[in-house]
Every structure is written in structure tokens, then in C-alpha cells.
Write a protein that binds this ligand. Structure first.
Ligand code: CA
Ligand code: CA
Length: 78
């Protein structure tokens, strides 16, 4: 059992390093709970997120990020 846990942890580390994709929970970022993430909401998690990077992630140009769009952002700096 312990061996399996170690393997899973190693895999998680390898995956986050290789793809650097965020595992941020959408509901955590969508603080007003309206179903989309505004620039201000995103910047609460991605402190160094620029408006340009936000717009680049906003694939449909709606001005807010859906869960799918949010998932394209890199992992936030700790
Ligand atoms: Ca929101
Ligand atoms: Ca959008």
C-alpha cells in the first residue's frame, strides 16, 4: 500500500513539472460564484497575472474565464 502511495506522489510531481498546468479548483477562484472568473478574481490567485495573459486565456473573448479557459493558465506561483 505504501509503495502505491509513493508511486502516485511521484507521478503527481512528474506531471506538474512536465506540464505546469494548474490544478486550481474553479469554485475557489470564482469567489462571487457567478460561474465565470473575472480578471480581479483570477488575480487573487495568480498574483502576477497581466490583463494580456488573462485575455489570451479568454478564448471566446467574453471578458471572463470559464472553467475550461481557466484550466489553460499555468500553475500559479506559490
Ligand atoms: Ca466570478
Ligand atoms: Ca471566456
Amino acid at each position: 500500500m505504501k509503495k502505491i502511495l509513493i508511486s502516485v506522489a511521484a507521478l503527481a510531481l512528474a506531471t506538474s513539472g512536465a506540464f505546469a498546468q494548474n490544478t486550481v479548483d474553479f469554485a475557489t477562484v470564482d469567489t462571487d460564484g457567478n460561474g465565470t472568473v473575472s480578471l480581479a478574481e483570477a488575480q487573487a490567485v495568480w498574483k502576477d497575472l497581466t490583463e494580456d495573459a488573462f485575455k489570451a486565456a479568454d478564448a471566446d473573448g467574453s471578458g471572463e474565464l470559464s472553467a475550461e479557459e481557466l484550466a489553460t493558465l499555468p500553475a500559479p506561483a506559490q
